[in-house]
Design a protein around this ligand. Structure first.
Ligand code: ADP
Ligand code: MG
Length: 310
């Protein structure tokens, strides 16, 4: 898994990344959503060990970028914003070359290359020079090189940018498939794309994380609602019945040890935490967690939805 802790990176007077912390677990596709210049690429380049932060750190499967940068790189597959490909090589030769550089034993290389050609649907392009490939195929070669050493974590920087709609759907499908096992951080500046591809979304703006949640939560927050999440033990039906009208249950799931995790959207911006607490007590239940996420995302959402590439 990927852990990022209090990362801060300055370029001269530009604070590109400002005390950013988050984690990405195995089996999770986390969207890194923010307008251009928000700090997505910088964060990703730090995680992949290409640049160092002024403070904070990142770890992949417990290996720290400061202490074990070589191990971190082995555990990661990285698709940079502009894929560096060797134009004069054909696809097979290029993937074989990358496999060698990544330290895959020679007797396994042919099989790995075959597998990547299959996974990334590159069969028709295997013997074409990279310079001849369309943008969509180049991107798939980029993904193939990121995946060839079968890393447990993937960092994909705007992998669908510049692709046509069919190619976008294919890349998203592949990412979701890979995300069943791997920890994936997927950056995009398109809200709709993050919603469709990711299990969880982190919103970054001006170098700071300004929101986090499921696609559903974020949609509610963008519309000005506040989200309360709580873990409740007791008569959930009675609690739901007694909820005042400004609350709406948006999500309910088992929370373990007899608790139910509930997400409530509240149309009133005032803090209703006390009211919720009193209500859970009044129905004879127990509460072990209660948090409130404010709708502070309007500006960022405006930025993200005011056009640009689809
Ligand atoms: N190598 C660099 N030198 C100077 N400024 C940079 C450099 N890389 C990024 N920046 C600045 O840092 C900020 C964040 O950039 P970036 O991480 O590329 O954002 P994003 O990927 O979200 O579009 C921007 O203001 C950008 O101009
Ligand atoms: Mg970028």
């Amino acid at each position: 898994m990927i852990e990022v802790e209090n990362l801060t990176k300055r370029f001269g007077s530009t604070l590109a990344v400002d005390t950013v912390s988050f984690t990405v677990k195995p089996g999770e596709v986390v969207g890194f959503l923010g307008p251009n210049g928000a700090g997505k690429t910088t964060t990703m380049r730090i995680i992949t060990g290409l640049i160092y932060p002024q403070s904070g750190t990142a770890r992949v499967n417990g290996k720290d970028i400061w202490d074990e940068p070589v191990d971190v790189r082995k555990l990661l597959g990285y698709l940079p914003e502009a894929t560096p490909l060797y134009d004069e090589m054909n696809v097979m030769d290029f993937l074989g070359f990358v496999a060698t550089v990544r330290g895959i034993p020679p007797r396994e290389i042919a099989a790995r290359v075959e597998r990547m050609i299959e996974v990334c649907s590159l069969q028709t392009m295997a013997f074409k020079d990279i310079s001849e490939l369309s943008r969509g195929f180049r991107q798939r070669v980029g993904l193939a090189q990121a995946l060839i050493h079968d890393p447990p974590a993937l960092v994909l920087d705007e992998p669908t940018s510049g692709l046509d709609p069919t190619q976008i759907l294919e890349i998203r499908r592949l990412v979701r498939e890979l995300g069943k096992e791997k920890a994936i951080l997927f950056s995009t500046h398109i809200l709709d794309e993050a919603n469709k591809t990711c299990d969880r979304i982190l919103i970054i703006n001006n170098g700071r994380l300004v929101g986090e949640g499921s696609p559903h939560d974020l949609a509610a927050m963008a519309s000005g609602e506040t989200i309360y999440s709580l873990e409740f033990k007791g008569d959930t039906e009675l609690l739901t019945e007694k909820l005042p009208d400004h609350f709406k249950v948006t999500h309910s799931r088992p929370g373990g040890e007899g608790y139910t995790g509930l997400e409530l959207a509240c149309s009133d911006p005032a803090d209703h935490s006390e009211e919720l607490f009193d209500l859970t007590v009044s129905v004879g239940g127990k509460l072990r967690q209660l948090s409130r996420k404010e709708a502070t995302l309007e500006d960022v959402f405006l930025e993200l939805t005011k056009g640009g590439e689809a």
